[in-house]
Design a protein. Structure first.
Length: 56
């Protein structure tokens, strides 16, 4: 169950981050890049949990 939650959170963060990267404000663009990267990390964590099980 935890793997699905991490993957969904990762997809949401990545999508919001990509949207923020199209802003005119440089600070918002940087924040969007960081949020997109965070989303990719969450997706990876979900894949690892799926492979190893939710016991980690």
């Amino acid at each position: 169950m935890g793997e699905m939650i991490d993957k969904v959170k990762g997809n949401i963060n990545e999508a919001i981050g990509k949207a923020k990267q199209h802003s005119d404000n440089p600070a918002t663009r940087d924040e969007g890049a960081a949020q997109s990267l965070k989303g990719k990390g969450q997706q990876l964590a979900g894949k690892v949990k799926g492979t190893l099980g939710d016991d980690i």
